[in-house]
Design a binder for this molecule. Structure first.
Ligand code: COI
Length: 362
C-alpha cells in the first residue's frame, strides 16, 4: 500500500489556529485526521484522511470496557528554512508494533504508517508552529472497536492519527521539575504491560499523581512494583542521573518504556565519550550518592518532555535538591543538541530526521 492509496476529504470549515507562542501541551487539534480500519477479512484497509471529527463507536466496543488500545507520540518540527521534519518516526512505529503484540492487536505496516503520518502532516503543515520550543505533536493510536462484552481480543480495530500543535509539556517550561518518588502505588510489574504504550499504564498512574500534585510535585518517579526499591521511570519520561561524571539510567527490564528520546540520549552520550550505563539502581543508592554530594544532575527524557531537568526529588519524606535546582551542564547540552537536530540548527549526524514533502500532489 502506498501513500497514494490514502483518500483525502478536505475540511471545508478550517479552524482558527492558536497563537504559536501561547501553546501548552495537547489542547488544540488540527483540521484533519488519518483513519484506517481493520477486519479479519480485509486486514488493514480503507486508509483515509478526513476532517477532524468525533468517532462514533458502539457502547459495547471493547476499548471502553477492557482498554485494548495502544498509542504513540512523536513530533514534527519546523526548521529555520521552513522545512518540516519528523524525528525518528520509524522507531515509534516499531514500538507501536511491539505494543500491539503485547495487547493482541494485529500489526500495522510500519513503513506505510510513517508515510501516512507524513501525508497527514503535509496536509496540515500550516499548523506546525514556529515559536521557539513549539512543534506539532503526532498521536497515532489504535482502538478495539468490536461490540462484545466477553474478555477477548477484538476482531475489529481503527488506527487513527491526530495532530496537536504544542509548547512545553510542563507548566514550568524547561525549568527543573519537582518529582515525588512513589512508595505506595505501583504503575506496573515485570511481565505486566509496562513496556507497552497502552492506556491502562497511564490510567493507573493518575491517583498517585493526583496525590503528589497537592504537595506541589509535577510527577511521580515509579519504583519497581515488587520490592519498591529499584528506580523505573516517570510516567511521561525515562530518567537519567549523573553520578561522579557517569550517567546512569535504569535498564530496560520489561516494565519500563523503551523511550525513543532515551535511546537518542544514550547515543549522544556515547558519541561524546561520556560514560553512560544502563543498569538497576535503587532509590537508596541514589539517596546515598546525593548525601555524599556525588549526584550531580538528574533529568527526564521523552518526546513530550524533551529533556526535563529534575531540580528536586522527595523520597520517604526526605527532600533531595539536585544541582541547586538549576539545569545541569549535561542536561543543557543534551537539550540543545537534540532540539538543534530537530529544528535543523545542528548537523543531524545520526540521520534521525526525515522531511515531509511540502507540496500536495493530489
Ligand atoms: C510522549 O512523550 O510522547 C508521551 O507519550 C508521554 C505522554 C504525554 C503520555
Amino acid at each position: 500500500m502506498s501513500e497514494n492509496t490514502i483518500t483525502f476529504t478536505k475540511n471545508e470549515n478550517p479552524k482558527v489556529k492558536p497563537q504559536s507562542d501561547q501553546l501548552s501541551f495537547g489542547k488544540y487539534f488540527t483540521d484533519h485526521m488519518f483513519i484506517q480500519d481493520y477486519s479479519p477479512q480485509e486486514g488493514w484497509h480503507n486508509p483515509r484522511v478526513v476532517p477532524y471529527q468525533p468517532i462514533v463507536l458502539d457502547p459495547a466496543a471493547i476499548i471502553f470496557h477492557y482498554g485494548q488500545t495502544v498509542f504513540e507520540g512523536l513530533k514534527a518540527y519546523k526548521t529555520k528554512s521552513g522545512q518540516i521534519k519528523l524525528f525518528r518516526p520509524d522507531k515509534n512505529m516499531d514500538r507501536l508494533n511491539r505494543s500491539n503484540d503485547r495487547m493482541c492487536i494485529p500489526p500495522i505496516d510500519e513503513e506505510f504508517a510513517v508515510e501516512a503520518v507524513k501525508y497527514l502532516v503535509q496536509i496540515d503543515q500550516d499548523w506546525v508552529p514556529d515559536a521557539p520550543g513549539t512543534s506539532l505533536y503526532v498521536r497515532p493510536f489504535i482502538i478495539s472497536t468490536e461490540p462484545y462484552l466477553g474478555v477477548s481480543p477484538s476482531a475489529t480495530y481503527q488506527f487513527i492519527v491526530i495532530l496537536s500543535p504544542v509548547g512545553a509539556y510542563y507548566e514550568s517550561g524547561i525549568n527543573p521539575v519537582k518529582i515525588a518518588v512513589e512508595d505506595r502505588y505501583v504503575r506496573t510489574v515485570k511481565g505486566g504491560t509496562g513496556e507497552a504504550k497502552t492506556a491502562g499504564n497511564y490510567a493507573s498512574s493518575l491517583k498517585a499523581q493526583e496525590v503528589v500534585a497537592k504537595e506541589g510535585y509535577e510527577q511521580v518517579l515509579w519504583l519497581d512494583g515488587i520490592e519498591k526499591k529499584y528506580i523505573e521511570e516517570v510516567g511521561s519520561m525515562n530518567v537519567f542521573f549523573k553520578v561522579n561524571g557517569e550517567v546512569i539510567t535504569p535498564e530496560l527490564n520489561g516494565s519500563i518504556l523503551a523511550g525513543v528520546t532515551r535511546d537518542s540520549v544514550i547515543e549522544l552520550l556515547k558519541h561524546w565519550n561520556i560514560p553512560v550505563t544502563e543498569r538497576r539502581i535503587t532509590m537508596e543508592e541514589l539517596y546515598n550518592y546525593h548525601q555524599k554530594g556525588e549526584l550531580e544532575e538528574a533529568f527526564g527524557s521523552g518526546t513530550a518532555a524533551v529533556i526535563s531537568p529534575i531540580g528536586e526529588l522527595v523520597w520517604e519524606g526526605k527532600k533531595m535538591t539536585i544541582n541547586n535546582s538549576e539545569t545541569g551542564e549535561i542536561s543543557k547540552r543534551l537539550y540543545d543538541t537534540l532540539t538543534g537536530i530537530q529544528y535543523g540548527t545542528e548537523e543531524d549526524v545520526f540521520n534521525w530526521t526525515t522531511p515531509i514533502k511540502e507540496t500536495l500532489e493530489k
